[in-house]
Ligand binder design. Structure first.
Ligand code: GUN
Ligand code: ZN
Length: 435
């Protein structure tokens, strides 16, 4: 029997967890027990069958959520908080989309007040959709970074962000200045990285928007601060790739430009990785670099299809991302469904393309692992921070009808992925400190 702690709490429901990569398990009558770790942060104490776990924690108060499914909070590996108002802006591909919609919207984030209003809306929207960890782009304005960190800290969210570096090929109002941009980055790292649940990401926007001096400086900071993240974009769009080829005619590939500046390493996350080859994939694997697969964005902007079969063959880290506002939805269910469509496109073997267990893993435990946060978030194994969602499988008449007929875990998860959206998420619970 475990000694009762006043800060412990338990939840009775079906419990979805991941005993291994791409492998889910559902405890139909389960108990999740959370309690403070040595730092006073709520973590998972135990999760398992109600009968056996409740016997070990007889005095812990239980919230009865029978009929609901508790699952790990979702992890979004790539999202742009200043692109809230850009969602659904059609363009003839990535580059005109950036010029016409994205840069004008991002200019507004020089004002702290606008950044703060947007950060509050953004984090509320993440939580409403069940996303409890995010790696997010801010804009080139330090104000935008302060605003997002401050709001995440208030909500106790695990959030990683950084000032966008972009000292060339960008209009007035978003373009930054090389030396100052690097000073600002280091100041922000020292102010925010490792504070509560916050992390800093060095954020070169993409090769065309960063001078060689800026990329070099970013790489130097990445070497100096080895546990900060790096986030950027690579090989999303054919015109973008052609542009990089003109800028770096000697480079073997677009990805290799980042390598040349010391920007491939564990905790480096590159969105898209669509038009890459096996040599690039081996480079990602060998450097511990991860891909943020962004299927709703890739379908919306007509960028192409992430090659799942090649990713598996070469064995590098990857996970799912919304890429709002190129992406069309905050909903992890919409992203998982789009990933299924994309997997279908590149399918090389007969049968279903991506299993629902794999899709769900890619947006929880797999994404956490790709971020270097394995065992910290994205799962409900003991020691994980207690971030979770409470799903109501009867949230809509069709969900109720369909999930009632599920004869296997795969059928249940598929129903949730295909029919689910924010209505499915009854509650999002964030691990509290000092509880
Ligand atoms: N490449 C450079 N910037 C961006 C951006 O904001 N969104 C996407 N999807 N790709 C980019
Ligand atoms: Zn992006």
């Amino acid at each position: 029997m475990v000694q009762y702690s006043w800060a412990m709490k338990a939840y009775r429901a079906s419990i979805l967890s991941f005993p291994g990569p791409a492998q889910a398990a559902l405890e139909s009558d389960g108990l999740l027990v959370v309690g403070p770790d040595a730092r006073g942060r709520q973590v998972v104490e135990a999760a398992g069958p109600w009968a056996s776990v409740s016997a070990r924690y007889p005095d812990v108060p239980v919230e009865d959520l029978t009929g609901r499914i508790i699952a790990p909070g979702f992890v979004d590996m790539h999202i742009h908080y200043p692109q809230l108002d850009v969602i659904g802006s059609p363009a003839d591909g990535l580059l005109p989309w950036l010029d016409t919609y994205t840069f004008p919207h991002e200019k507004r984030y020089s004002a702290l007040e606008h950044s703060a209003e947007s950060a509050t809306f953004f984090i509320a929207e993440l939580l409403r959709h069940g996303v409890t960890t995010a790696l997010a782009f801010a804009t080139s304005h330090p104000e935008s970074v302060h605003a997002l960190f401050a709001e995440a800290q208030k909500k106790q969210l695990r959030l990683i962000t950084g000032k966008c570096l972009m000292d060339q090929n960008a209009p007035d109002g978003v373009r930054d200045e090389t030396a100052q941009s690097l000073l600002d980055t280091e100041t922000l790292i020292r102010r925010w990285h490792g504070v509560d649940r916050l992390g800093y990401a060095i954020t070169p926007r993409f090769v065309p928007s960063c001078s060689p001096a800026q990329l070099r400086g970013a790489g130097e900071l990445a070497a100096k601060y080895a546990d900060v993240w790096i986030q950027s974009h690579v090989a999303e769009n054919r015109d973008e790739i052609e542009w990089v080829r003109r800028l770096y005619p000697q480079a073997r590939s677009y990805l290799s430009v980042y390598e040349q500046f010391g920007l491939l390493r564990p905790r480096a996350v590159y969105a898209h990785c669509i038009h890459i080859d096996d040599e690039d994939r081996a480079l990602m694997r060998n450097t511990g670099t991860a891909a943020a697969v962004s299927p709703t964005s890739n379908l919306f902007l007509g960028s192409g299809f992430f090659d799942y079969a090649a990713a598996e063959r070469c064995g590098f880290l990857y996970g799912l991302a919304s890429d709002v506002g190129g992406g069309t939805s905050f909903s992890p269910f919409h992203t998982m469904l789009a990933a299924y469509y994309v997997g279908r496109e590149g399918q090389t073997k007969p049968g279903v393309s991506l299993s629902p267990q794999s899709l769900w893993w890619q947006h929880t435990g797999g994404a956490a692992r790709a971020l270097g946060l394995d065992g910290v978030v994205g799962n409900l194994t003991p020691g994980c921070e207690a971030d979770f969602v409470v799903l109501n499988p009867k949230a809509t008449p069709l969900l109720a009808r369909k999930t009632a007929q599920a004869a296997s875990l795969d059928e249940l998860l598929f129903s949730l992925i295909v029919l689910g959206d924010d209505r499915l998420v009854e509650k999002t619970v964030i691990s509290q400190a000092g509880a």
